[in-house]
Design a protein around this ligand. Structure first.
Ligand code: UDX
Length: 492
């Protein structure tokens, strides 16, 4: 009997329901399904329908014999305008509305799985979903956590109580953002206030809702069977040793998109927007390393003012000047860009720029390309790309590292502020322009990064390490095999 069960590991995946968190979790789910496991993937209805609409990935996965999706209602209408508070509202709403359904999915009351599948033997939960942890623990199903953000941010969030104890959080009134921070072990000579995860900036009291949210999520690290990180050992060995002091078993299995390729996965991973592949054709006609690629991920928004500053900075960093610029409307940008002579590829999601009321139109010229959503991994790997102006989302950062593309970082929120510090000061594979948004800075940084051989050399060395780590005897590949064995052992 024990032998039969051991042959049937059944992993339930509970992701955090926002775009940046779903693809890494789906990639891992697919890899475990290729290892012969049964996979149940829980999505909220909103997310599931949106992903189904914009990419074939979910249908492809659902055709696999041991892969199924289940959905939970999220039912949320948040009145908050701050993105992080919307996220906290969403998590609370899921706890209130879905705990029962989740419990039933984990362990059906009548003991019968509706599809005749074996019982769930392990939950892989996003570390930002404490409800996934709590209910599974109550039902005595072992939990392995996955954190989709950078290891340095995981450690900084874990340090919230120490930061509060030292009086470093919340920030004092009129705090100097350049003051050093001492409360994150191992990062004392590195972090300034402005480098802590951006979501901590707004806390007004030690009992702040956002601080409590990250604190609760971090505390689960010490209770989980193991932690999975989309990272590779040599990238962050010091930080990892700190996290191991709390959660001794860590599987670093990244960059996941490279591991996935190495293990022959063929799924195209899903997104909330339809990919516009016209930019690849456009890139094919550009000289090597001549294009600045600009994308701010799936959540970041900009005001019209910031957009304007970025635009001018980029145009001025190039080989021409703008002749027509009368407002924020896109046809004005278009004429300006045509005249600028500068080459860049910019992802303008339909909801990126606040305050622009005209219908966004997508224009492509010889030297400028706007798309609503790009095949980013492919774009970064294209020889025409010279640098990446990014919001320092963790997926984007790993994709840029893997492609050997230096970065200009303009972090927006959450883990991005600390990740960009690591890009600029620890890994030295880019420059960090956080908390500035003026055309002169953008211009000088774009000029620098497009030609800086030192940055290019560091990032291409790091790309090699990343690629080695997913090969057969590489650390991430071997850690993945160990994870498979670990999950099998939980079903005995
Ligand atoms: C956010 C956080 O920033 C991130 O750090 C956190 O861990 C997860 O949630 P997001 O803001 O979307 O995610 O950024 P990022 O993590 O960089 O993910 C964006 C993903 O969208 C990347 O995988 C990127 O390849 C993809 N993308 C982006 C596209 O496929 N096309 C595009 O045009 C733009």
């Amino acid at each position: 009997m024990a032998e039969d069960k051991a042959k049937n590991p059944h992993v339930l995946f509970f992701p955090f329901p926002i775009q940046g968190h779903i693809p890494p979790m789906l990639k891992l789910a697919e890899l475990l399904s290729l290892s012969g496991f049964h996979i149940t993937f829980l999505n909220t209805e909103t997310i599931h329908n949106r992903l189904l609409k914009n990419s074939p990935a979910l249908e492809q996965l659902a055709q696999q014999p041991r892969f199924r999706f289940k959905t939970l209602p999220d039912g949320l209408t948040s009145n908050n305008t701050e993105p992080i508070l919307q996220v906290v509202d969403l998590v609370d709403s899921i706890r209130a509305r879905c705990s029962e359904l989740y419990r039933e999915t984990l362990v059906p009351q009548n003991g019968e799985d509706p599809d005749g599948w074996p019982p769930v033997t392990c939950v892989v939960a996003d570390g930002m979903m404490p409800v996934a942890f709590d209910v599974a623990e109550e039902m005595m199903v072992p939990v392995i956590l996955l954190r989709t953000s950078s290891p340095c941010s995981v450690w900084a969030y874990y340090s919230i109580p120490e930061l509060i104890k030292r009086g470093e959080l919340p920030f004092p009134e009129e705090a100097d953002m350049d003051d050093p921070i001492q409360g994150v072990e191992g990062m004392q000579s590195l972090l300034r206030r402005r480098d802590l995860p951006g979501t901590l900036r707004h806390a007004k009291s030690p009992n702040d809702r956002v601080l409590e949210f990250f604190n609760t999520a971090s505390n689960n690290l010490g209770r989980a069977k193991a932690l999975i990180l989309n990272a590779f050992e040599p990238l962050d060995s010091l930080v990892l040793s700190h996290i191991r002091s709390v959660c001794p078993i860590i599987y670093t299995i990244g960059p996941l998109h490279l591991l996935q390729r190495n293990l022959n996965s063929s799924t195209n991973f899903p997104s909330f927007w339809l990919q516009d592949r016209s930019c690849i054709k456009w890139l094919d006609s550009q000289p090597n390393k001549s294009v600045v690629y600009i994308s701010f991920g799936s959540i970041t928004t900009m005001t019209g003012y910031k957009f304007h500053e970025f635009f001018h900075g980029l145009v001025n960093s190039g080989h021409g000047s703008i002749t027509t610029m009368t407002g924020y409307k896109f046809h004005e940008f278009f004429h300006g860009l045509v005249n600028s002579g500068h080459r860049f590829l910019w992802v303008i999601r339909p909801d990126l720029v606040q305050g622009i009321t005209t219908e966004l139109e997508i224009y492509t010229t010889e030297r400028v390309c706007f798309v609503p959503w790009a095949p980013q991994e492919e774009v970064l790997a294209h020889p025409a790309i010279g640098c990446f102006l990014t919001h320092s989302g963790w997926n984007s950062t790993l994709e840029s590292i893997a492609a050997g593309v230096p970065m200009i970082c303009w972090p927006f929120f959450a883990d991005q502020q600390i990740t960009s510090r690591y890009v600029g000061e620890v890994w030295k594979i880019g420059v960090d322009m956080k908390d500035t948004c003026d055309r002169n800075t953008i211009e000088s940084m774009a000029r620098k990064v497009m030609v800086d051989e030192g940055l290019r050399k560091s990032v291409s060395e790091m790309a090699n390490i990343a690629r080695e780590s997913v090969k057969e005897n590489g650390s991430s590949n071997m850690n993945f095999q160990k994870l498979v064995q670990h999950i099998k052992s939980l079903s005995i």
